[in-house]
Each structure stands twice: as C-alpha cells, then as structure tokens.
Design a binder for this molecule. Structure first.
Ligand code: SF4
Length: 419
C-alpha cells in the first residue's frame, strides 16, 4: 500500500500537493485556485495508487460514474471485469463496484486490476452479501468492510448516514408513490428497523472518518430519501436529509475527509431540476454534487439512458458536478456490456451538454465541425464521443462516403458553387 497525501489537510495548510497540481494541469486551471477549491471542500480529488488523480467539483469538467457489479441473480465475475473495462474505454471517469453475488472480494480486486479510474464501493452492499441477513450484521462488521475496502486501495466509499430512526417513522406517513428507492438506504433502514437501533453510519461517523482520512478516501454521502418517480416531489424528508448531509460534510472536512454530496437524483420532473440543483449546491456550501440521472420522465423504460441523458444534461447545466450513468436496462435487469457502453456514452453526452451550458461551447465541437466541413472523416471521428460507433455507421452501406445525401451532399454542392 503506497502513501497517499491527505489533500484537504495539504490544501488548508496551503501546501502544494502533486495530485492537486496534476488535476490542475488536466483541467487547464491554476494550481493555487484549485488548492483553494479543495481547502473549502468545493472540489474533491479522488486518488488511486499509481493511477492519475481525478478532480470533481466547481469549475471542473462534469464527471461520469458507471455502476457495475454482480447481483444475487447474475454473478459472472468475468463479465463484470469486462464491463468495467468497457466503462473506462468509453469514457467513464469513475467506476463503482456494487457486487453482491459471487466472490465479492475477488471481483473487487479484479476490477481494480483491470481499471485505472478512481474506484468506489458501497460497503454495506458487500457486508449484506457476505453475512446473508440484516439481523446478523453488527456495527463492527460494517467498520470491518470499510477497513477492508480502504485497504484494497479504493478511492471513495458511499454511506447513507443522513437519516434517523425518527425519519423512518415519518416515511411511513409520507405522501409518496414510491417510498424509498435507494438500495444502500434500504439496507441501512432494514438494519435499523430489525435491530431497533439508530443509523449505524451516523453513530460510527467519527470512526469512519478516521479510517478514511488516513488514506485520503473520499466520503460520498448517500441520498436515501431521493424521489423514485417524478410525481414524488422534494418533501420534508429530502430537505432534512440534505441539511444533515450538509452538516456531516462540514464535520468530515474538519476531520480531514474530502466529501461528495449525493442528492437530487432519482426521478425529477424536468421543470424542477435546475431549482433542486441550486438548493443542493447552496445548502452544502457548493460542495461537489453527485446526481443519479436524474430521470425526467418515468415512461422511457428500455430507453432510460436517453431519458437520463436529458435529465443529466439539465442537472449538469444547472451546476451538478458528477453524474451517475443510467443504462437502457435500468429498472429491468443487470446491464450487459453493450448496455454499459450505451449508458456511459449517453452520460458523456449529458456531461458535455452540461459543460456547454456551464462554460460555453467546447473546443471539441469546433474541431469536429471544421473537419466535417472538409469531409475529413478520419479526423472528425477523433473528436466524436464514441468515434467507433461513428465509423461503424459511416461504413454501414459500403459507399465509401456519407450515403445520407449521396452525390447531393449540401456541403459539397455549396463548396463547388461558392468556390
Ligand atoms: S451527404 Fe448530406 S448528411 Fe452527409 S455530409 Fe453531406 S450534407 Fe451531410
């Protein structure tokens, strides 16, 4: 295990850190500015031993996460490793291993070996998978899984700490169609209700922060109370969780832990997305906001990567920093490798649209347009988000050029007449 510098402590002390300098270079910004962003918690930098660090937060390019991992019903480790490779190949900035079936320790190790992006886990998933019941899990088991994952070199963990027993009581009477849809949140809630005890991640919060700070592992504060359909609006429970997450984030930063706020995601009517993002950013002192989707409609089943791309683009444009992809198999099945690719590409498009809204038209679009004007297909495809797909389509009719208009290509005609 190699040494990882605690970046928030370095940034608060105003000390130059190689990982911060590396991210500043990749993002094309000044190191001293980025140092201040890290010091105030507005940017996190995820580290993986021997791999490039990744920055997420205000002023940086919008990032995309791909969830992969076995389920209890489908658990072929080789396929998950392949999906992780595909996710990285098509541009996922981070990969999260959510494995719950098969040899989960081994799968995490193999995914780690196969990828170079930052890697995240949700330790309660693996604890539940390995113990087999909520009843048999102790607080020590949860801490032990966190220690194990940190020891395995992951970059970030997710815990669902920002809700209490009282909030679960409130949920029983909440006017929601979908109730609770967060998997990690439901596991945590089931544990609490089974044992009649308070949220373990809340009671263990300081201890968990101590473990993470030593290896500079980013804490992602989960979003248990998110809405599960667009008719479930932001309610008191969501606001309470947001406020608790904001307080926990401040505390974690004080304890030397970088924090991402998960929120706003799930299913959100498109007219509300910008306002919800603004509320999350403001209440969390503009800490990095991680959004799952969101899906702006519920009826796109089978095409949820497209619905999610639209929701993600609106959210990123409004200030979300980090998008969790959605695949075409959302709500239907564990995705296959092709669906992982489609999900990643859809969310790279969402992130790029978001960055265009946040920062103005991007230079890649200008380059592609110039090569398109010249009908320079080879160079054009270098700037495409999925150049491979563009080549496959370009060659599908075997005409040797774009067969859409054939000899009546508008660009060629006007070039000829305006010569
Ligand atoms: S043939 Fe038509 S679609 Fe193809 S490049 Fe020319 S104008 Fe565009």
């Amino acid at each position: 295990m190699s040494f990882r510098e605690n970046l928030i402590e370095a940034a608060i002390a105003g000390r130059e850190a190689p990982a911060i300098n590396a991210v500043a270079k990749t993002e094309g910004m000044r190191s001293d500015y980025l140092l201040k962003q890290v010091a105030t918690g507005r940017v996190v930098i995820m580290q993986r031993d021997g791999k490039p660090p990744l920055g997420i937060g205000g002023g940086l390019r919008t990032k995309v996460n791909a969830n992969i991992g076995t389920s209890t019903d489908v658990f072929d480790p080789d396929k998950e490793v392949e999906k992780a490779r595909i996710a990285e190949k098509y541009g996922a900035d981070t990969v999260t291993d959510l494995s719950m079936g098969g040899p989960t320790d081994d799968i995490l190790r193999r995914i780690s070996e196969a990828t170079s992006t930052p890697l995240t886990t949700v330790p309660i998933y693996q604890t539940v998978a390995q113990k087999g019941s909520f009843e048999s899990i102790t607080e020590r088991d949860l801490v032990q899984t966190i220690r194990k994952h940190v020891g395995a070199g992951i970059s970030s963990i997710v815990v669902h700490a920002a809700f209490t027993f009282d909030m679960l009581e409130e949920l029983k009477d909440a006017k929601r169609i979908m109730g609770m849809v967060s998997k990690g949140g439901s596991f945590t809630s089931a544990w609490m209700l089974q044992k009649g005890e308070e949220n373990p991640f809340l009671t263990l919060f300081d201890e968990i922060c101590g473990i993470l700070a030593k290896r500079d592992v980013v804490l992602s504060l989960g979003n248990t109370m998110r809405s599960g359909c667009i008719h479930d609006l932001m309610d008191g429970l969501q606001v309470k969780e947001l406020e608790m997450n904001a307080d926990l984030a401040r505390k974690a930063n004080e304890l030397g832990v970088q924090v991402v706020i998960e929120g706003m995601g799930g299913h959100v009517s498109p007219d509300r997305i910008p306002d919800y993002v603004a509320q999350y950013k403001k209440k969390t002192d503009f800490r990095p906001l991680f959004v799952a989707g969101p899906l702006p409609i519920d009826i796109g089943v089978g095409y949820d990567h497209i619905s999610g791309c639209v929701g993600g683009a609106i959210a990123a444009g409004a200030g979300a920093d980090y998008l969790c992809y959605i695949t075409p198999s959302e709500h239907l099945a564990l995705p296959n490798a092709g669906q992982v690719r489609e999900g990643v590409v859809a969310f790279k498009i969402a992130a790029h649209i978001g960055d265009t809204l946040k920062y103005g038209p991007r230079p890649e679009d200008k380059m592609l347009a110039r090569y398109r004007k010249e009908r320079d297909w080879v160079n054009q495809f270098k700037f495409a988000i999925d150049g491979e797909k563009a080549i496959e389509t370009y060659t599908q009719n075997g005409t040797g050029t774009c067969s859409m208009c054939g000899k009546y290509c508008a660009i060629a005609i006007m070039e000829n007449y305006l010569k």
